[in-house]
Design a protein around this ligand. Structure first.
Ligand SMILES: NC(=O)c1ccc[n+]([C@@H]2O[C@H](COP(=O)([O-])OP(=O)(O)OC[C@H]3O[C@@H](n4cnc5c(N)ncnc54)[C@H](OP(=O)(O)O)[C@@H]3O)[C@@H](O)[C@H]2O)c1
Length: 265
């Protein structure tokens, strides 16, 4: 919806260290990394492929930006990542990792179901568990969920289940970590223009576009819109917020489209 964000305090995250899981140029993780660095944070990124373009942009502002190879579906890979961070060395963990595969359940292969669960849900839980010792108090964990965890949409039963699982995980973990002053929250974005979704757009019919418009009162979002919400939740302004799933660009009171990706298959 927004083309750019307003001016913001440059020192909101001065000296604070964040690890972002899943940060690619043009996506939500990449936009979050840029926003955090702009506001004074030191960030480390982790993903399977090195995001060279993003790293180049970030290093222009902060020469302490680091990237680590990590596949969240591998416990060895997560363990190697965790060994890079001393105990109590991170102010925040942002988990943006996610994949989508849209198809009616009877056309989803068993492998596709397992892959979605492994990356979006098991990966999120194991990554949080493995990296927990690195988080200091007070600290914050922000997961990127989805509006599809809060409302249904044809073709997304498995993806929705993974993100709804994440919602439950966040709500209960928030209670567990509150005594350590570590907040646990998630954002639940509606449709965002990112590499994950752009591949589908060329195939949308006018009816699909109409349905998307009808359920996004403020229009589709941008990665910057999500990054702004993530950084708010990660900031000390949100120090009284935990266990919350923040819907972005949509709420359960708006209808979801019934056929978003079917006509692109
Ligand atoms: N775009 C939307 O409309 C939308 C709406 C609601 C929610 N979301 C959620 O927002 C998040 C980010 O989406 P995006 O649109 O920004 O897509 P994106 O740019 O594709 O971001 C996904 C990130 O996850 C990483 N990743 C994927 N599999 C991984 C694995 N096994 N281990 C480690 N990293 C892995 C990717 O990097 P590598 O491939 O290099 O590993 C990439 O950096 C996802 O969780 C998605 O479900 C998106």
């Amino acid at each position: 919806m927004s083309d750019s964000h307003d001016a913001h305090p440059v020192s909101r995250f001065s000296g604070r260290r964040f690890l972002i899981l899943g940060a690619a140029q043009g996506g939500i993780g990449g936009a979050t990394a840029e926003r955090l660095v702009e506001e004074g944070a030191v960030v480390a990124l982790a993903s399977r492929k090195e995001p060279l373009k993003l790293l180049k942009r970030l290093k222009r502002r902060c020469d302490r930006v680091a990237w680590h190879a990590c596949d969240v579906t591998s416990s060895e890979s997560l363990q190697r990542l965790a060994e890079r961070f001393e105990a109590d060395s991170l102010d925040g963990l942002i988990n943006n990792v996610g994949i989508e595969a849209a198809a009616p359940l009877d056309r989803q292969s068993a492998e596709s179901v397992d892959r979605l669960l492994d990356v979006n849900l098991r990966g999120a839980i194991h990554a949080t568990r493995t990296l927990l010792p690195a988080l200091r108090s007070p600290g914050v964990i922000v997961h990127v969920g989805s509006g599809l965890a809060l409302g249904g949409c044809q073709g997304f039963s498995v993806y929705s289940a993974t993100k709804a699982g994440l919602t439950g995980f966040v709500q209960s973990l928030a209670w567990e970590l509150a005594p350590r002053r570590i907040r646990v929250v998630a954002v639940a974005p509606a449709l965002v223009r990112s590499p994950m979704t752009m591949q589908h757009f060329a195939h949308f019919t006018p009816e699909t576009k109409r349905q998307i418009d009808a359920c996004h009162p403020l229009g589709m979002g941008t990665p910057d819109d999500v990054a702004a919400a993530i950084t708010f939740l990660a900031s000390s302004d949100a120090r009284w917020i935990t266990g919350t799933i923040l819907p972005l660009g949509w709420t359960p009171h708006y209808p979801l489209p019934s056929h978003v990706f079917f006509d692109s298959m």
